[in-house]
Structure formats: C-alpha cells, structure tokens
Ligand binder design. Structure first.
Ligand code: HEC
Length: 143
C-alpha cells in the first residue's frame, strides 16, 4: 500500500471508528482528568479516584451563594445532560453536556476551565475544586 492509499483508507475508516474512540475515551480528556487527579491528590493525600455519584450530586444539587437565577447546573444544562440545554440567563441554546451525546466535551482544556470558573461561580458563588471538576467529568463521561 502506498502512503497515499493508506491515508485514504484511514479517512474512510474514521467515521466507523468514531464511536469506538468515543467509548475508549479521548486522550485530551484523559490528560485533563489526570491533571485534576494530581491536583486533588496534592490537596488531599487520601484522594484515590473521582466519583460519578459525587459528580451527579454536584450537577443536580441546589446551591446558594451564586446567581439566584441559577442555583443548579441543571438550570441551564437541564435534568437530562444528554439533552440540549438552554441558558437560563440569555435564553440561548446549549449543546448536550454528556460525553455520549457530545464526544467533544471536556477535550478542550481552555473551554472546560473557562466554564468551570464561570459556571461554578454562577451556581455556587465560587470556582469548583479539582475534586469537583474531576467528579463532574466522571459523571458526564458515564452518561
Ligand atoms: C447560566 C447557565 C449555565 C449554568 C447554570 C451552568 N452552565 Fe455550564 N455551560 C453553559 C454554557 C452557555 C456553556 C457553553 C456552551 C456549550 O458548551 O454548548 C457551558 C459549558 C460548560 C462546560 C464546558 C464543557 C465542554 O467541554 O465544552 C463545563 C465544564 C460546564 N459548563 C460546567 C458546568 C457546571 C459544573 C455547572 C454547575 C455548577 C454548570 N456548568 C452550570 C451555561 C451554564
């Protein structure tokens, strides 16, 4: 096989491989989770692993200290993270946040960090901790 025909074959295979790759995880998402794990461990040496259950409690919980219009992540991302959401402040549509519905989620570090600062402040009146961020990603990756 020439290099060119190998390249063409890879392009043709890409759509077939996409669901498999989504299941296997994404290297950028994995790297971000590893970064949060190192931070969580540095803060609490007893840290062992992120928890989808804690992430779900964070997602569905009602918080105080933030904007009264948005006391929960569900205010914009809805009770079903596999469904599209709607910004409770601006009315603009939001793509689903679950990884199964949107495999690009949690792969762009700058975007993820921007929202963990902005959205956690909006809901909880503070930034999320590394433990909370990792738990949240673990929950969304399991959806
Ligand atoms: C005021 C509405 C609003 C609330 C409340 C909200 N978000 Fe968001 N969130 C957004 C918008 C808008 C985006 C960006 C649009 C998009 O990604 O489709 C976003 C995207 C994100 C992303 C980026 C994910 C990625 O990889 O693209 C993260 C992380 C996030 N939100 C976390 C949270 C968490 C955690 C909470 C609850 C503590 C929360 N959000 C509550 C509006 C909100």
């Amino acid at each position: 096989m020439t290099r060119r025909s190998l390249f063409v074959a890879m392009l043709m295979l890409a759509p077939a491989l996409a669901p498999v790759l989504a299941l296997a995880g994404d290297p950028k998402r994995d790297a971000l989770v590893a970064e949060y794990a190192a931070q969580a461990k540095a803060r609490d040496p007893a840290f062992t692993a992120f928890s989808p259950a804690r992430g779900e409690a964070l997602y569905r919980g009602t918080w105080s200290g933030g904007d009264p219009r948005t006391t929960s992540c569900t205010a914009c991302h809805t009770a079903n993270p596999r469904q599209p959401g709607q910004n409770a402040k601006t009315g603009r549509p939001i793509d689903p946040v679950a990884v199964s519905a949107n495999p690009a989620r949690f792969t762009d570090r700058a975007t993820v960090e921007k929202h963990f600062v902005r959205d956690c402040k909006s809901v909880m009146g503070r930034e999320c901790t590394a433990l909370e961020k990792g738990d949240y990603v673990a929950f969304m990756a399991a959806q």
